[in-house]
Design a protein around this ligand. Sequence first.
Ligand SMILES: [Zn+2]
Length: 391
Amino acid sequence: MSISGSLERLRAANTRAVLTLLAGEGPMSRADLARGTGLSRTTVSSLVTALMATGQVSETTARGKPHKGGSGRPPVLVTLSAPSGCVAGVDIGHRHIRVAAADRTGRILAEEATDLDVDAHGPGALDRAAHMVRSALRTAGLPRGDLRAVGMCVPAPLDRRSSRISTGILPGWRDLPPGDELERRLGVPVFADNDANVGALAELNHGAARGMLDVVFVKLSSGLGAGIVLGGRLHRGTSGIAGEIGHVQVGEDGQVCRCGNRGCLETVVAAPRLIGLLQPAYDEELSTELVRALDSAGDAGVRRVLSDAGRAVGRALADLCNSLNPEGVVVGGSLGPSPSLLEGIRASIDRYAQPDVAASVTVAAGQLGDRAEITGTVALAVAGVAARVPA
Ligand SMILES: [Zn+2]
């Protein structure tokens, strides 16, 4: 090997040593970098100059370990540059749009939310979402040109082959691929998924499912869906619509469902249906928040209705547990944290799942509440950037 070739290799190895030390220890002075790597101060200074020229490191006096000895001005420290660019998340629900602007690590810097009847107005909702993303970026002080990717969720099954929402679930979105449409409006890659899948991602990364490898995230709000994590990864299925437990049939002659079938579980347990069952017995207008509060206060009617709903959901989950043998069932959505709902789910899993399967599964409320989806869409964008763009 030529001498210049070995010198190049040596320099690359020394550069790696400096970057590795900064990644592990945080900002450091050149002197501490020399001590930590065993390189001479001259070599470290030369490497740092080259790394600053390529933007991989920068100088700061703000943070880092207190320098040892000496007095007077704090030393200039060398720090790894933050990954450039930013991302955004877009959570589209049946009745709301929420967006977040975040840095490349997923730290949310600004958020906006609005109430909107999303189901019937696909193009209008997408226009509004794009506008809100631009506005959130401005609020966060992030230049629009720095936006690298957007994560997005919709409250319906999304066919990954056609990028379209399953027919019938959202009437105003027929033939409208939401990810492609938002991408056209914003000019950056958009990674779209359904709300239960991004909720599962969020609870897996930041919430009740942290550290679990096999977990079912159930979302009970205006609809019912599940996000399935197997071996630590989201299981989307061949066409992306795995986990549609809301459309398990529980009564052949039941109510017609928005999916076109009859007697789907969702028609029995979705929040509007439960509120409809309860409303005649109460003077005040019920909302999911009030129903949850009444449940916590021990209201007999609410407890009965939520417990029955939990048992119905748990019946379907028991079969799923038998097939997947998960470590956890995490229940999210607007009614997810209700104690009676969780008790009902637990009771049915204990009763209908194989005993060893039931004994090995924990049933818990989600920890992120209505922030699960926005947290998950930002995580989707961060993962999307990491997969597409070399760091
Ligand atoms: Zn259905």
